[in-house]
Design a protein around this ligand. Structure first.
Ligand SMILES: Cc1cc2nc3c(=O)[nH]c(=O)nc-3n(C[C@H](O)[C@H](O)[C@H](O)COP(=O)(O)OP(=O)(O)OC[C@H]3O[C@@H](n4cnc5c(N)ncnc54)[C@H](O)[C@@H]3O)c2cc1C
Length: 459
């Protein structure tokens, strides 16, 4: 058994920012980060290789340092000046307004980790390239086991396991709807194998679908594209509106119905003054965690059932390049979106067949394409994630499902709550596993703030 001060399970953005924040604390510590990928700091989002797979907000809004909101803008300016990302010049906008490729953002996070490491010569970060398959608490600490059986022990362990793609999970006993993989939305090489003029079917209409359109374009696809999603809503294009008065600052409790009525009123007010409706919407973001954690379970369910699709399509907006491509494909008559539920997916000798039920219709219909891309998003319910660690943690009772079965239950500090309702002194979590606690717990700014707060708790 190897000893460490902190064990971080997952070396995506969350795990990397936590390591960076721990290195910035006074004192010396040995941090072990378990991450099967070759590089820390990338995870699913920032392993992207296409320049067209960009951040969904501009550099001014994507600092990894909550104390330095301009941090990414400064890094990017220096990087561009040194000859990195030469394509940025063609966009002719100030650096703060650029939407960097996600690959570049991953490099930025890595650089900030490297710098924190260089500034803390008595501390160390060890990257163990392995999947953690089990974890148990043991004499005031946590013991982590990787595939092959090797174990590490530390007083604290942190679950930074990130997002589990719905396309890679299988729902035991459920219909085929969630049990097919389709083409990887980010794999341009695989898409280059799709006949250039063939019909491509895409399931899910969020930001991953926008990435899939970029990938198809990059792969030379010129055929029709049919997108299916339950509500038929597309991500709105992101603009950068001016700040709007904080109309929720005094609101402690409000039902989803009251909130949406007030938000619509504010949007109308903005438009009447010639201000973009996105301005009032963006003021809501700062209050989401507070409003969600004060809401009753009934109100949360109401929100998820009735408002979630609108929140997702209006708040999680498309970066300009992706939005322009979507508009172009629609205008050219190549892209059609339909509100429909997927019932079944069947492979054909030369393509795929989907059984769908269009919204408002009783009879399912069959649609065929030469390929399908599953961009139906993220699986937040750990009981449905077919991976050893979530399974073991649930089986041992070390974690329990979070509110509405979104991620895992935890105290506001990030300390995990076990099956008996006890707040752990040893096991913590940050980022997407805390979806049920905060609702929004995935974006760069969310995980950056959580990493800083958790590191301070450990100091
Ligand atoms: C495609 C995509 C695009 C995004 N774009 C944006 C954006 O533009 N702006 C924004 O604000 N946010 C964006 N996000 C949100 C993004 O997920 C977060 O910003 C951030 O990447 C979350 O980091 P994470 O480390 O928690 O999760 P992940 O990136 O999912 O990383 C988790 C890591 O944990 C590892 N892991 C999991 N289980 C184990 C285990 N048992 N043992 C060892 N390692 C394990 C995985 O290999 C993975 O690398 C995007 C997300 C995705 C998926």
């Amino acid at each position: 058994m190897t000893n460490a001060d902190v064990l971080i399970i997952g070396g995506g953005l969350s795990g990397t920012l936590l390591a960076m924040q721990l290195l910035r604390l006074p004192g010396a510590r040995h941090i072990v980060v378990f991450e099967p990928r070759a590089e820390l700091g990338r995870g699913e989002a920032y392993s992207a290789t296409e320049l067209g797979h960009t951040l969904n907000a501009n550099a001014a809004r994507m600092s990894v340092d909550p104390d330095a909101p301009d941090d990414l803008t400064h890094w990017l300016a220096a990087h561009i000046a040194a000859g990195g990302w030469p394509e940025a010049a063609a966009q002719a906008v100030p650096v703060a307004e650029l939407f960097p490729p996600r690959a570049l953002f991953g490099r930025y996070a890595q650089r900030r980790l490297d710098e924190a490491l260089a500034a803390a010569p008595r501390s160390s970060v060890e990257h163990v390239r392995a999947e953690v398959v089990d974890l148990f608490t043991h004499q005031g600490g946590a013991c982590v086991e990787v595939e092959g059986g090797k174990r590490w022990f530390a007083p604290r362990a942190v679950l930074a396991t990130g997002v589990f793609a719905a396309s890679r999970t299988r729902r035991a006993g459920a219909g085929l709807a969630t049990a097919f993989a389709g083409l990887d939305p980010w794999d341009v090489n695989a898409m280059a194998q799709v006949p250039a003029n063939g019909r491509v079917l895409i399931v899910g209409a969020g930001l991953t679908m926008i990435d899939a359109l970029v990938s198809l374009q990059q792969a030379g696809h010129r055929g029709p594209i049919q997108v299916f999603s339950r509500h038929g809503l597309l991500p709105q294009p992101r603009r950068q509106p001016p700040p709007w008065p904080d109309f929720l600052a005094q609101t402690l409790h409000a039902s989803p119905r009251q909130l949406s009525a007030e938000l619509r009123r504010q949007c109308r007010l903005a438009q009447a003054q010639g201000v973009d409706w996105q301005a009032p919407l963006d003021t809501v973001r700062a209050h989401v965690g507070r409003l969600w954690s004060h809401a009753s379970e009934f109100q949360r369910r109401q929100f998820v059932r009735h408002l979630r699709p609108w929140w997702e399509s209006h708040h999680h907006r498309s970066p300009p390049l992706g939005a322009a491509l979507l508009a172009h494909l629609q205008a050219a008559g190549r892209l059609h979106i339909e509100a429909a539920a997927l019932l079944e997916a069947t492979g054909l000798p030369e393509g795929v067949q989907l059984l769908i039920r269009r919204r408002g219709e009783q009879q399912p219909v069959v649609v065929q394409g030469c390929a399908v891309i599953n961009s139906s998003g993220i699986e937040y319910d750990w009981r449905r994630v077919d991976k050893p660690l979530p399974r073991q943690l649930l089986a041992r009772g070390l974690v329990r499902p979070g509110p509405l079965a979104l991620g895992i239950d935890a105290h506001a500090s990030g300390a995990v709550v076990d099956a008996q309702g006890s707040v752990s002194q040893v096991l913590f979590a940050l980022g997407p596993p805390l979806r049920g606690l905060w609702w929004e717990s995935t974006a760069v700014t969310d995980v950056a703030a959580q990493a800083q707060a958790l590191a301070r708790l450990f100091s």
